[in-house]
Write a protein that binds this ligand. Structure first.
Ligand code: BG6
Length: 460
C-alpha cells in the first residue's frame, strides 16, 4: 500500500531551547527555572544531568541545520529562550541572543527549512518566577512585551509563530504534580497559572495582529485522547471528567473562546475556581488562532472511580476517575506509556468535528527508547521500532486527511537526541544519535527512512 501525502506538506521535527541549546549561562543568558532547579534541586534530575549538558545547538547550529537538510527537513520547530533574549525577563535585550536567533533563522531559511518558532517551552526566567511566575498577572504583561520583542526582531522572516508549547504542563507539572519547579501541589494555584497562561497567549496573539505581520500565529497543545473502559455511564462520565480537566479546559478556551460549563460548575462546587474576570473572558472569546500544533504521545484509559474521593486531600482531577490498565495494551516500556497509533486519527476527527476543522499539524510525536546503543550496528542505530512507529502513526494520519482533516504537516520529537526535563538522556528520541562523550551526532536508520519519505512525500 502506498501512503501519499498532499503537497506541500511540512516534514521535520521539533525541539526546544532549554532542551537543545546548552551554554545556559554564557553569552549574557539569564537564569531560568531549569538552570535554577538544576543547582538547587539537582537530586530531582536523572543522574544529576542538567540543562548545561544539552545537545549543543547553540554551539553547533550551522552543522545541525546542515544535518536537517541532509535528511530533507523542510521545516523545524524550536523555541526562543526568554531568559537568553531578555536575561531579567523584562527590560534590556541581550545582543548576543539577537545574533544567535537571527543566525539560526537565517540559516534555516537558507537551507530550505521553514522556521516554526515557539515563544515559551516551560522556561520561565528566574527573576519573574521569584515574582510568582504565571501566578502573578504582572508576568502576563512581561510575556506580552517579550512576545512583541520577538515579533519585532524576527517577524519579518518567521511566518509560523506559536505562543506556548503545552500550556497545561507548566500548571499541572509545576503546581499540581510536583514534577517541575516550583514543585507546588495546589490545584487552585495550578488553575490560576493555567488561566494566566491562556491570557498571556491571548495578549501575544493580540499584539501580533496589531503589528499586522504577514505570518500565522497559533499554539501547541498536548492532547491525550481519553478512552473509557466501557460504555457504561459511570465509565463514560469518568472519561468526560478526565477530558474536561486535562484537555477541554485549554482547548475549548483557545479554540471555542470559552471554558466548558461543566468544568466551571465542578470547580465552584469544590471551591477551586481561580479568579477570573469578565474582561478575561471577553479577551478569551475575542482571540482566534490561525494554526494549531498537536503533540501526541499516548492515550489515557480511564474507568469509574473506585471507593470515595478523599475530600481532605489536595483537590485533584484524579478524584473523578481511575486509570484503567487495559489488558494486552501495547507499551513503550522505556517511558512507561501506551503506544496507540489510532489516537492520532481520533484527534484529527475531533478537531474536524468539534473545532471547526482548523488547520493543524502534528507538532510532536515520537518514541523515546532507553539503551539505544544496543542497536548500533556498523556505526548506525538500527531503530526499526521507530520506523514502524512512524509508519503506523502516519498511516492513521493519512487516513484522517483523506476524510477531510486539514493537517498541514508532521514533526517528530525530535531531531537530535536531546535532554529531557525528567529523564535527561535516558530515553533517546532523535533522528540523530548524540554521543554524550564526544558530542558527535550520527544519523540513525530512521533519519534515512525519513529522508526517503520526505522526498517521496510518502512511503510504501
Ligand atoms: C513533550 C514536550 O510533551 O514531550 C517535550 O513538549 C518533551 O519537551 C517530550 O521532551 C518528551 O517527553 P519526555 O519526558 O520523555 O522528555
Amino acid at each position: 500500500m502506498k501512503i501519499e501525502f498532499p503537497k506541500p506538506f511540512f516534514w521535520g521535527a521539533a525541539s526546544s531551547a532549554t532542551q537543545s541549546e546548552g551554554r545556559q549561562l554564557t553569552d549574557g543568558k539569564g537564569e531560568n527555572i531549569w538552570d535554577y532547579a538544576s543547582k538547587e534541586y539537582n537530586h530531582r534530575f536523572y543522574e544529576g544531568v542538567t540543562t548545561e549538558d544539552t545537545s549543543y545547538f547553540y554551539r553547533d547550529y550551522q552543522q545541525d541545520i546542515q544535518k536537517m537538510q541532509d535528511i530533507s527537513f523542510n521545516s523545524f520547530r524550536t523555541s526562543i529562550s526568554w531568559s537568553r533574549l531578555i536575561p531579567n525577563g523584562t527590560g534590556a535585550v541581550n545582543p548576543e541572543a539577537v545574533i544567535f536567533y537571527n543566525n539560526i533563522i537565517n540559516e534555516m531559511i537558507a537551507k530550505g527549512v521553514e522556521p516554526f518558532i515557539n515563544l515559551y517551552h516551560f522556561d520561565m526566567p528566574m527573576p519573574l518566577q521569584k515574582k510568582g511566575g504565571f501566578e502573578n498577572k504582572e508576568v502576563i504583561e512581561a510575556y506580552k512585551q517579550y512576545a512583541k520583542t520577538c515579533f519585532e526582531l524576527f517577524g519579518d522572516r518567521v511566518t509560523y509563530w506559536f505562543t506556548f508549547n503545552e500550556p497545561m504542563i507548566p500548571a499541572e507539572a509545576g503546581y499540581l504534580h510536583d514534577r517541575h519547579y516550583p514543585y507546588v501541589v495546589d490545584f487552585k494555584r495550578a488553575a490560576m497559572v493555567l488561566h494566566n497562561i491562556i491570557l498571556a497567549h491571548c495578549e501575544a496573539v493580540k499584539v501580533y495582529r496589531e503589528m499586522k505581520l504577514a505570518g500565522k500565529i497559533g499554539i501547541i497543545m498536548d492532547v491525550i485522547p481519553v478512552y473509557p473502559r466501557s460504555q457504561n455511564p459511570a465509565d463514560l462520565d469518568a472519561a468526560e471528567m478526565a477530558d474536561l480537566f486535562y484537555t477541554k479546559s485549554v482547548n475549548d478556551a483557545i479554540l471555542k473562546g470559552k471554558y466548558p460549563t461543566r468544568l466551571k460548575e465542578v470547580l465552584e462546587e469544590y471551591d477551586q475556581l481561580p479568579e477570573v474576570t469578565v474582561a478575561d473572558l471577553a479577551l478569551i472569546a475575542a482571540t482566534k488562532i490561525d494554526l494549531l500544533g498537536i503533540n501526541y504521545y499516548r492515550p489515557r484509559r480511564v474507568k469509574a472511580k473506585e471507593g470515595v474521593p478523599n475530600p481532605k486531600g489536595v483537590f485533584s482531577p484524579e478524584w473523578f476517575f481511575d486509570e484503567y490498565v487495559m489488558p494486552g495494551r501495547r507499551m513503550n516500556t522505556s517511558r512507561g506509556i501506551e503506544i496507540y497509533p489510532r489516537g492520532i486519527y481520533d484527534i484529527a476527527k475531533k478537531i474536524q468535528v468539534e473545532y471547526d476543522n482548523i488547520d493543524w499539524f502534528v507538532s510532536e510525536n515520537g518514541i523515546g527508547i532507553e539503551g539505544e546503543e544496543a542497536f548500533i550496528e556498523e556505526g548506525i542505530v538500527q531503530d526499526d521500532y521507530r520506523i514502524d512507529f512512524l509508519k503506523e502513526h502516519l498511516t492513521y494520519l493519512n487516513q484522517a486527511m483523506k476524510e477531510g482533516s486539514n493537517c498541514l504537516g508532521y514533526h517528530m520529537w525530535t531531531f537530535v537526541d536531546c535532554w529531557s526535563w525528567g529523564n535527561a538522556y535516558k530515553n533517546r528520541y532523535g533522528f540523530y544519535r548524540l554521543d554524550l562523550a564526544t558530542g558527535e551526532k550520527t544519523v540513525k536508520k530512521s533519519g534515512l527512512w525519513f529522508k526517503e519519505t520526505v522526498e517521496n512525500n510518502g512511503f510504501d
